[in-house]
Design a protein around this ligand. Sequence first.
Ligand SMILES: [Zn+2]
Length: 231
Amino acid sequence: MVTPVDIMVITPHPDDAEFGAAGTVASWTRAGKQVIYVVCTNGDKGSSNPALTPEQLVELRQKEQLAAASILGVREVIFMGYPDQSLEDTPDFRKDIVRLVRNYRPKTVVTADPYRRYVWHRDHRITGQVVLDAVYPFARNRLAYPDLLAEGLEPHKVDELFFWAAEESNYRSDITDTVDLKLAALRCHASQLGELEIPDLEKRLRERCRTMAEGEDFELAEAFHREIIAY
Ligand SMILES: [Zn+2]
């Protein structure tokens, strides 16, 4: 059994959590909250550079993810090691997530929104769906996994879920004071930023955070769909 965390961030690939939630993660860790990252895939298909083998890419992306997490004050990063583009909504993947949730016992779980329509990476859609199901009802249901119970992994009730990239966002997190950490963490993912070929990426990201904060009394935000599990 490990020391429980306040927040578990479950990301499909190394870099998604930085795009979706890094400013919020930084504000949580600044406030003294314990945050853990779970990285589902190893990102071994995330490059068009013919000089890089998939194995080299995995190693590079692990280093990039660890550097980004360190900037954000994340306590620990767990690499599940599924191959990129391989995630499926299977009992095994769901159980892997349940095991982590029961072991680390977070109050809040943060992940990709599974219900974003049309052009949305399959790994993102699957991760969001499997995490949602793992949190409710599987992690909290005593009889769901007798073998996990026998290992000492008691049921655990997560209080709330945050989904990034939601079309129906209902929660905006103030990242005015942590946007620089978000951008610094994103810069760690050099292998990915090069692939995007977006000029002025940081300026565009700031603009997007400004748009997300429209109507709020702060300047920059990350937007989420927040689902409080009331029962
Ligand atoms: Zn991704």
